[in-house]
Design a protein around this ligand. Structure first.
Ligand SMILES: Cc1cc2nc3c(=O)[nH]c(=O)nc-3n(C[C@H](O)[C@H](O)[C@H](O)COP(=O)(O)O)c2cc1C
Length: 336
């Protein structure tokens, strides 16, 4: 039992949990279930487990499959100023330990999202909506944010400064420290909601990029997006993805993503949403110990559309069996 966190023990129900933690010398069985709530940029989530952008549609598609209130939040598919058709197919390929995709930000456009999806999303009990913002230029991102600002029911924005599958925008922002700072500071000023910045792992020092985003006003950071990669069909000698290069996600990237979360946690104070290859509750715990306040689950939803809820439930069980009274106490809990 390496957790430094608190245990909710035999104190009266009126005793604050922090006091219980401070006065309890040894771990005993939890009398109540673990408190799974975490707070990201002032927004309280019922669980630290969030559905990642691009793998959970616009949320409404999963309404019948996942009990939305049981997960912390979900991030929409990247939303652009105008609708986008995405890249030509094939644009998804499975590898032995992960997935290559070059969807190219296919989406209905921010105005259609607000008009057609938000009214339904507002009615789903417990739904916490994080809108993922994409633009080819800074002005595009600002326009997406302005449209979202007028829509009630959105908790925060996640600014995609890291898509590897478009020729401009996306990763171009996330791999240049000065450009990233300019993008973040302008978007932060335009935004009426907390702005989470999603970082690219395709850089030499993700900690430096993270610090630039924090200094420019980011309320939090999401990491990682997919790793730039490629696969070749040796029979045809052609790329297996029409776009030639693609983004790698899934279990293959997890150890690299955990290392990056750890490095970023040592460089910034703002909350981190960690992701990359999370399949099980233990993977989520690993990201939290490395420094994440919450985690996102992406590719796992392709194999099992209920994965996010299963991992949220699994994390609750893990906390109960490991006598972790507050899931939030796992964050930065790594012992060296
Ligand atoms: C098919 C697919 C589409 C994605 N689309 C987006 C997107 O629109 N915006 C974004 O910020 N990230 C997008 N991502 C990246 C994921 O949100 C996540 O950062 C990445 O896949 C790593 O997590 P995972 O290994 O759990 O999938 C996409 C990933 C996949 C696999």
């Amino acid at each position: 039992m390496t957790n430094k966190g608190s245990y909710n023990l035999s104190m009266s129900s009126t005793t604050p949990k922090t006091e219980a933690a401070a006065t309890t010398p040894t771990p005993l069985k939890l009398r109540t279930g673990p408190d799974m709530r975490v707070t990201v940029a002032g927004v309280e989530l019922a669980s630290p487990v969030i559905a990642a952008s691009g793998t959970f549609g616009y949320g409404v598609e999963f309404e019948e499959i996942v009990t939305i209130a049981k997960i912390g939040a979900f991030v929409t598919k990247g939303l652009s100023r105008e609708p986008m058709a995405g890249n030509p197919t094939p644009r998804i390929v499975e590898t032995s330990s992960g997935m290559l995709n070059a969807i190219g930000l296919q989406n209905m456009g921010v105005k259609a999202f607000v008009a057609e999806k938000m009214p339904r999303l507002r009615q789903i009990p417990g739904a916490v909506v994080i809108a993922n913002v994409f633009g080819f230029t800074i002005d595009d991102c600002l326009e997406v944010i302005r449209v979202l600002n007028d829509a009630p029911g959105i908790a925060m924005y996640e600014l995609n400064a890291s898509c590897p599958n478009t020729s401009h925008g996306g990763m171009v922002f996330g791999t240049d420290q000065h450009l990233l700072a300019e993008l973040v500071s302008k978007c932060e000023r335009a935004s009426l909601r907390p702005l989470i910045v999603k970082l690219s792992p395709n850089v030499t020092s993700i900690a430096k990029m993270a610090k630039s985003a924090e200094d420019a006003g980011a309320s939090g950071l999401s990491l990682v997006n997919t790793f730039l990669s490629m696969a070749i069909d040796v029979e045809t000698r052609r790329p297996r993805i029409a776009n030639v290069t693609a983004g790698l996600s899934g279990p293959a990237i997890k150890p690299i993503a955990v290392r990056m979360v750890y490095e970023v946690a040592n460089a910034v104070k703002i909350p981190i949403l960690g992701m990359g290859g999370i399949l099980r509750a233990e993977d989520a715990v690993e990201f939290m110990l490395a420094g994440a306040t919450a985690v996102q689950v992406g590719t796992a939803s392709y194999a099992d559309p209920r994965a996010v809820e299963n991992i949220a439930n699994g994390l609750r069980r893990w906390c109960a069996t490991h006598e972790v009274a507050q899931a939030s106490s796992l964050t930065r809990g790594l012992q060296l």
